[in-house]
Design a protein around this ligand. Structure first.
Ligand SMILES: Cc1cc2nc3c(=O)[nH]c(=O)nc-3n(C[C@H](O)[C@H](O)[C@H](O)COP(=O)(O)OP(=O)(O)OC[C@H]3O[C@@H](n4cnc5c(N)ncnc54)[C@H](O)[C@@H]3O)c2cc1C
Length: 403
């Protein structure tokens, strides 16, 4: 068994975690990575603070995923507590933020990645950068393009951990989808997730682009009439709206846009104040300007500008109209930002194309893991957790099938 040679393609969280498991069992592990260095998206994720997982109870945690039944066995084997313990084992402490999100104490990804790579190296894992996987030869050898030309490798098993198609400059360009589709592997089209959405604003809003809309809640209605809700910050941008508030709703918003071409996102700009209370707070007064009344009712500059954008001027002194739009502010969305700008990718290799151990049904000894699988989740540490957990699960699949 120890003489078996395993190739992992893709040195992101999923691929590195697969190497972590396999090297613990003493297998001969080589990682091939297209880019000149490893974990580029992982490092980018750490730029704003690496939200590596989430502390909420597992019953809530698992329900953040669209494919919770499929992911359940993977995530219960490598849940948030296991991630914290694993970071501890590498000497990286962590903390739980006010929202329940878990971060390494140093916030950045680089210290964790450095220690992780050093531990993998000690266990004999070899990393080969500048190796771009291009598919298989007729006899199922792996074909790589390198600076020295084409290289063919024939391992005992392969784990593909090639990521989705967002932020291709960091390495995951989604080109694997064509390779696998040509081998009759069933793949759901890759679409942007945790992305911004397009809305058309007048020049009136321009001074407020880039400023946060704080403490708002939002909802979208699906075709079954269900309301999908979120509350976080959003940011108005030249193209529309982005931020945690809409990322959390990106799945239902995307579905509505794909079906109907457009959809409406509703915002409650002051969720802690009732509509009745607002009507009285917004009552016109001869002594106070509209600006003053709105500010005292709790509207900051960005929220006030949004109301002016959406409500005709003649209604700005009508407290009922203003209160109504504050509590149910409709934003017409006409599309999603391109996948290249999305935080993550929905779609990918379908569950049915794989065995229970993540091996491709019709390509023996080739496994898939990470964001290239067909699951979707919001930001909050869920993406990284599923990448780790599925990488680990694929590695255990290899171990099981090789013995
Ligand atoms: C800006 C940003 C911020 C994020 N923040 C967070 C966060 O805070 N928390 C969170 O949970 N998630 C976050 N994410 C998402 C998270 O980074 C990804 O879900 C995760 O990196 C996916 O891991 P992966 O290993 O499946 O794929 P990737 O990390 O994309 O790794 C895939 C690797 O495969 C390589 N590769 C691709 N094709 C080939 C090929 N043909 N040949 C060889 N190598 C190839 C790529 O170069 C890459 O290194 C963020 C993403 C972005 C873009």
């Amino acid at each position: 068994m120890k003489s078996k040679h395993i190739v992992i393609i893709g040195a992101g969280p999923a691929g590195l975690m697969a190497a972590d498991v396999l090297s613990t069992y003493g297998l001969n592990v080589d990682i091939y990575e297209a880019k000149p260095s490893v974990g580029r998206k992982f490092l980018m994720a750490g730029k704003g603070g690496l939200n590596i997982t989430h502390s909420e109870p597992f019953s809530d945690f698992i329900n953040r995923y669209d494919q919770s039944d499929w992911l359940q066995p993977m995530l219960s084997e490598f849940n948030s507590q296991k991630i914290v313990a694993w970071m501890d084992s590498l000497g990286i402490s962590s903390f739980i933020g006010t929202s329940g999100r878990i971060f390494p104490t140093e916030m950045k990804a680089a210290p964790l990645l450095r220690r992780w790579l050093s531990s993998l190296k000690k266990r004999g894992v070899k990393v080969h950068c500048n190796h771009y996987w291009q598919g298989f030869t007729a006899n199922r050898s792996l074909r790589f393009s390198t600076i020295h030309g084409e290289k063919l490798i024939t391992p005992d098993a392969t784990i593909l951990a090639l990521g989705g198609a967002s932020w291709p400059s960091l390495g995951s360009d989604g080109a694997w989808a064509n390779i696998l589709a040509s081998m009759n592997v069933d793949i759901n089209p890759m679409l942007p997730s945790n992305c911004g959405f397009r809305a058309t604003w007048s020049s009136y809003l321009h001074p407020h682009f880039g400023k946060p809309l704080k403490n708002v809640s939002a909802w979208v209605k699906n075709d079954c009439g269900e309301l999908l809700k979120s509350s976080a910050e959003a940011v108005l941008t030249t193209y529309g709206i982005e931020g945690g508030l809409v990322y959390a709703l990106s799945r239902p918003l995307r579905e509505q846009i794909l079906i109907h071409g457009t959809t409406t996102l509703y915002l409650d700009l002051l969720p802690n104040v009732t509509a009745d209370k607002l009507v009285s707070l917004l009552a016109p007064s001869r002594k106070q300007s509209i600006n003053n009344i709105w500010r005292k009712a709790g509207l900051d500059d960005v929220k006030a500008a949004l109301i002016r954008e959406l409500l005709p001027k003649e209604k700005w002194s009508d407290s009922t109209s203003v209160a109504t739009i504050i509590k149910q502010c409709p934003i017409e969305l006409s599309g999603m930002q391109p996948i290249e700008e999305a935080i993550s990718t929905a779609g990918g290799v379908k569950q049915g194309a794989l065995t229970g151990e993540l091996m491709i049904q019709n390509v023996p000894n080739v496994y898939c893991a990470g964001e290239m699988l067909d699951w979707d989740a919001p930001t909050g540490g869920y993406l990284m957790t599923a990448a780790f957990a599925s990488g680990r699960f694929a590695a255990y699949g290899v171990l099981k099938n090789l013995t």
